[in-house]
Design a protein around this ligand. Structure first.
Ligand code: S3P
Length: 427
């Protein structure tokens, strides 16, 4: 589906964005692992979290099909799941990788598959540590899905992840909940820490240090039932933070957003580019929550590399869009992971932004963007990737002519109401 967007005069107002996708996936899985009734309020209602819910339903959890309701009350399974299940993770890498870890220690046979995009994404990164824990897993050719899991008794390991990944870390920790002995994971750069933060909040013996986490030995399942308010998704709020920065005269406040520091690298980058974004914190557990206030500001180019990349992993496309409007060169490096997300985001960005007149060079692990450029109208392809479609929508808001974005339907993955929110802020 195509959507055509035109330049906006300014963005103004307050809004709330959909619930945090990463926290929602984990909340649902932990609710299924719990004994008793858990309540999850404000989970993400996009297609990705619906894939986790549908997979858990196939494993025996009594959850409604379709988008996850705002108020979810669910009786846990204590992780006593069906002995055989075919699970469809749809477009969601998080569903596939976390559930593979969670099921590796369950007696039974499970097959996890996904759509065309997910079927082309690397899964050896999750299979390899789980095999070291004693799991029996097989992958399709090239280490791709479907993943076939035959549950086995597991042992804890100390694992050094070669590339920072919250999905791999999460999978190992979820397997570790069912393993004999302690499980620890160390990462070269700290990825988002929702899994360990939520487990510690549930009272599990988890010790968290920068770049590493250890789950002590013990019988951890079933988890205790819980009540959780899911904060707004920083990655969805990020579109408005960048849009308000770029569109002259704008001022936008996004309320109740998760501002976990392992997610907010974009704010560090924008600050160094000269943006004016304020975080107004509110007390909350287990995730930090705050309101984000952004206003229009002139930007300068910066270099983005090293540890901040993992903290900005889903927002780097927005950094590239912002860079087209910044004075000077913005260089993004150490970001080869973007090539194995829902699309090859470096290639899709380079082609799309160049098609709108931007000066972009592609490197194996990043992009260099020289600005500022008055973008012109045209057609861009999002490759069905939700975050790419919405990043191009932000580019359209400052382009000189209408921009047609192909594959807009992908936005249902994380932000089904994006255009309604744009209408509210631009009116
Ligand atoms: C996610 C982790 C990230 C991120 C994805 C969600 C998660 O992937 O890109 O959108 O919920 O664990 P990696 O940390 O595996 O790179």
């Amino acid at each position: 589906m195509d959507v055509t967007l035109s330049r906006v005069d300014r963005l103004q107002g307050n809004l709330a964005v959909p619930g945090d996708k990463s926290v929602s996936h984990r909340a649902l899985i932990f609710a299924a692992m719990a004994a008793g009734r858990s309540i999850v309020r404000g989970a993400a209602h996009g297609a990705d979290v619906a894939s986790t819910a549908a997979s858990l339903a196939r494993l025996g959890l009594d959850v409604p099909s379709g988008p996850v309701p705002r108020l979810l009350s669910v009786e846990g399974l204590g992780w006593q799941v069906a002995r055989e299940a075919d699970l469809d993770a749809g477009n969601s890498g998080t569903t596939m990788r976390l559930l593979t870890g969670a099921l590796a220690g369950r007696p039974g046979r499970f097959v996890l598959s996904g759509d065309a995009s997910l079927s082309s994404r690397p899964m050896e990164r999750v299979a390899s540590p789980l095999r070291r824990m004693g799991a029996s897993l097989s992958l399709a050719e090239g280490g791709r899905p479907p993943i076939r899991v035959e549950g086995r008794p597991l042992r804890g390991i100390a694992y050094d992840i070669p590339i920072a990944s919250a999905q791999v870390k999460g999978a190992v920790l979820l397997a570790g909940l069912q393993a004999e002995g302690p499980t620890s994971v160390a990462e070269p750069g700290a990825s988002r820490d929702h899994t360990e933060r939520m487990l510690a909040w549930l009272g599990l013996p988890v010790s968290i240090a920068p770049g590493s986490v250890t789950l002590a030995a013990g019988k951890h399942l079933p988890l205790p039932a819980f009540e959780l308010d899911v904060p707004g998704d920083f990655s969805s709020a990020a579109f408005w933070v960048v849009a308000a920065t770029l569109v002259p005269g704008s001022q936008v406040c996004i309320e109740g957003v998760g501002v976990n520091p392992s997610r907010t690298g974009l704010l560090e980058i924008l600050a160094s580019m000269g943006a004016e974004v304020e975080v107004i914190p509110q007390a909350a557990e287990p995730e930090l929550v705050g309101s984000l206030r952004a206003r229009a500001a002139g930007l300068r180019g910066v270099r983005v590399s090293g540890g901040v990349v993992a903290r900005t992993i889903d927002e780097l496309p927005l950094v590239a869009v912002a860079a087209t409007q910044a004075e000077g060169v913005t260089t993004i490096r150490d970001a080869a992971e973007l090539r194995v997300k829902e699309s090859d985001r470096l290639a899709v960005l380079a082609t799309g932004l160049r098609g709108l007149g931007a000066d972009v060079e592609e490197a194996p692990d990043g992009l260099s963007v020289r600005g500022p450029t008055l973008l012109h109208g045209g057609r861009v392809e999002s490759a069905g990737d939700h975050r790419m479609a919405m990043a191009f929508a932000v580019a359209a808001m400052v382009a000189g002519g209408p921009v047609t974005i192909g594959g807009w339907e992908g936005t249902a993955i994380s932000y089904p109401g994006f255009l309604d929110d744009l209408g509210g802020l631009a009116s």
